[in-house]
Design a protein around this ligand. Structure first.
Ligand code: NCD
Length: 361
């Protein structure tokens, strides 16, 4: 991730009159490509802004802030999506941005256009931000580095890129919305024990969460069959385990404050990673019996789409401890915060630079 001179963590909450141009809204973020390079104060500023967005919208019948009026956000999705695509679109619209959706089918991508040409075309048509989901790991980084070179935006020559999921690599806004949900449910992330269960190997959600949660001071345990843990996981800031029942043991000192279930990414699997769906569910599914062993306050998360009966029992997904629907709502606020800092926040930084000739220290 590119990080120019930073302005530190200080920022104002998003007011209802449009925070663009307010004194300290920049956090030194040009793109949001991963959580790996996100500093703690940047992540916390994004989460604080998301909370501010939620408060700014609460009780309003007309959910429209003027913050990004005149800005264009293009979503470029090469993979299926419901939650991520819709919540980015809603987030942009609630801040008065012009939002445009491009899907691989129905665009020139279907005619064989390269990713690079598509990205350059979007920039040339005036996009200020490109939100991209792509099956290839690293696609968002590539687009960001191409656009940093061509930079055609009508506003300031910079087109911000948000990674909305690249292959098995990262999904930073998902991790941020998960952290926002944990903050709301548990009062904070620092010192909490989060257990992430399932297909870690193919999960961009797991990778982004492992890094963000560690950055925010949580303790993370990944639980998966050995075949579904990536090579190199020993370099991640996490503990690993293969036996879910052992990790959920009520006799342990550090019981989970949250359990995040991952979908088995069948579409990314070539070959047998476990004997059968039934065997997987028996060993790694969050059954009612397993959920009953969690501490009273523990939260159950799932990024969706959840395959009920496989990784999570229907009764658990519908139980009060599950925050699956809250995660989706948090996703809108978090994506508002991300667009705000990438677009309006940068504008504030730029006007400061123009006034003083240098970015704020
Ligand atoms: C996740 C994704 O696409 O990576 N879903 C999402 O963004 N809500 C997880 C998944 O597909 O299992």
């Amino acid at each position: 991730m590119t990080e120019p001179g930073t302005t530190g963590p200080g920022m104002t909450g998003p007011g209802t009159t449009g925070p663009a141009g307010t004194a300290d809204s920049g956090i030194g973020l040009r793109h949001l490509l991963s959580t790996t390079g996100l500093r703690r104060e940047q992540a916390e500023a994004l989460l604080d802004t998301a909370h501010g967005m939620e408060r700014a919208l609460t009780g309003r019948t007309v959910r429209k802030l003027p913050t990004l009026r005149g800005r264009t956000v293009v979503s470029l999705f090469y993979e299926n999506s419901t939650r991520t695509r819709v919540s980015f679109e809603v987030a942009g619209k609630w801040m008065s941005a012009d939002t445009i959706n491009v899907s691989a089918s129905g665009s020139s991508v279907g005619k064989g256009e390269s990713l690079r040409d598509t990205a350059a075309t979007l920039a040339a048509t005036g996009a200020d931000c490109v939100v991209v989901r792509h099956p290839a790991s690293g696609a968002a980084h590539r687009i960001a580095s191409w656009l940093d070179r061509v930079g055609h935006s009508h506003t300031d020559g910079h087109v911000a890129v948000v990674n909305a999921g690249d292959g098995t690599h990262e999904h930073p806004t998902q991790a941020l919305l998960d952290a926002a949900t944990l903050r709301a449910r548990l009062g904070g992330v620092e010192g909490r024990h989060v257990v992430i269960v399932g297909d870690v190997l193919h999960s961009r959600v797991a990778r982004s969460n492992a890094h963000l949660l560690a950055t925010l001071g949580a303790r993370v345990t990944l639980v998966a069959p050995p075949t579904l843990l990536p090579v190199g996981v020993d370099t991640w800031p996490v503990a690993t385990a293969h036996d879910l029942d052992a990790v959920l043991d009520p006799a342990l000192d550090r019981r989970p404050d949250a359990v995040m279930m991952l979908r088995v990414q069948a579409e990314r699997m070539h070959g047998g990673f476990f004997p059968s769906a039934r065997e997987y569910a028996v060993r790694y599914g969050l059954s009612e019996r397993r959920a009953a062993r969690l501490p009273e306050h523990a939260v159950v998360l799932h990024p969706g789409p959840a395959v009920r009966g496989m990784e999570i029992a229907s009764a658990v997904a519908d139980s009060p401890r599950a925050a699956i629907i809250e995660q989706v709502t948090a996703g809108v606020h978090v994506r508002m915060a991300v667009l705000y800092h990438l677009l309006a926040g940068r504008e504030a930084e730029r006007s400061r630079t123009m006034e003083t000739g240098r970015p704020e220290e």
